[in-house]
Each structure stands twice: as C-alpha cells, then as structure tokens.
Design a protein. Structure first.
Length: 201
C-alpha cells in the first residue's frame, strides 16, 4: 500500500457520491493546516451489524455509534482507518434534515480529526470538533473544479434561463443568488443593483 493512499470501501450496499480523490484532498488539507504529514487512510462504509462487531471487539462498547476511528500513525505520518455505520448515518441525516452524502462526508472529517489528535469526550471538545467539521465540509461542498462546468452568478430571470440552458445541454451547473426570494424575478435593467440583480462583481 502506498504511504499516501486514500481508499474507499463500501461493505454495505449504498448509492453514495463519494470521490476518493476529493477525500484525499481534504485529508491533506487537514494535515497541512495542523503541520502534520499525510500518510494513508481507509474509509470503510458498513452496516450496523458489522460496525457493532468492531465496536464490541476493539472498544468494548455495546451501543451502536456512527463512526469508529483506528489510529495507525507511523513516525510522523498520519494514517488510519475510519469505519462509518451507514444506518446510523441515515438516521442522523433524517434527524437533522441533512443530505446523506454530506452526513457521510462530515463523519469522514470527524474520523480524520481524531487521527490528527482531536477528541470529543466533553461538550466543549465536541463543539470544537463540530466547528472544524463545518469548516472542512466546505472543502467537499465547494471543490468546484471537480463539480461544476458552468457557474451562473445571479438568479434573476436571465440567470435562471442561462443555468437551465446549460444544464439541459448536459453541463454541471451552479446557480448562485444572494436572495432566494428573488428567484427568477423579471428585471431587464442591465445596470448593477437592479431589482433582481446581485452585487457580486
């Protein structure tokens, strides 16, 4: 195994939008910002039965959990395995009205944060980790070079038409607006600051 490899294993059948290359970039970003050297990481998606077996065997915990992290740091390289319970992740997503893919990515980040030294045994430590999860989750959400072919800024009627045309032609399209209440609002004023115009220059 390469000492800087990121691997993804889906032991539980599921349809997830997970990109190992993007996971690797986020792993590298977290290590770099903590002045640590990235090693290898395995991300394993399991069902509750398999996940519980690990939890009982290695941690002596009998309650189901969403993520288990095993630290295999070697010398100065940050390496390890992150096991995610897909069924608990689905429950989390439903409870917090979140997208399942984003919940899985949050759990991956949570596991990586454990590898670089963070803990969540107290309310303060959990809050610190949750804040960092939100920060690094943006690296998944806004890695636009991997996600979008066209970005349309402004969601007035012209922006919506442009975004719809691009999407209908098969382009991966992002439409950005500063005000969701003005979506597709009619305004033919070409000047900045029109009724449906944004202020992004």
């Amino acid at each position: 195994m390469s000492n800087t490899q990121t691997n993804l294993f889906l032991e539980s059948e599921t349809d997830l939008d997970l990109n190992p290359d993007l996971i690797d970039k986020v792993f590298e970003l977290i290590c770099t910002e903590h002045k640590l050297e990235k090693g290898w990481i395995n991300i394993i998606i399991q069902n509750t039965s398999e996940h519980n077996d690990l939890n009982i065997k290695y941690l002596n915990h009998y309650e189901p959990t969403d993520v288990i992290t095993f630290n295999f740091n070697d010398d100065e390289l940050i390496s390890g395995e992150v096991y995610i319970n897909i069924e608990i992740a689905k429950l989390n997503a439903e409870t917090y009205k979140a997208n399942l893919n984003l919940e899985i990515k949050r759990l991956i980040i949570h596991g990586i944060l454990h590898l670089v030294g963070y803990d969540d045994h107290t309310d303060d430590l959990r809050a610190e980790m949750h804040g960092l999860e939100n920060t690094y989750l943006k690296s998944f959400m806004w890695n636009m070079e991997n996600k979008f072919d066209i970005i349309v800024i402004g969601a007035g009627h012209a922006g919506c038409e442009a975004a719809a045309a691009a999407a209908n032609l098969g382009s991966r399209t992002l439409l950005i607006t500063m005000d969701m209440t003005k979506f597709a609002q009619m305004s033919c004023n070409p000047a900045m600051g029109g009724v449906a115009k944004g202020q992004i220059v």
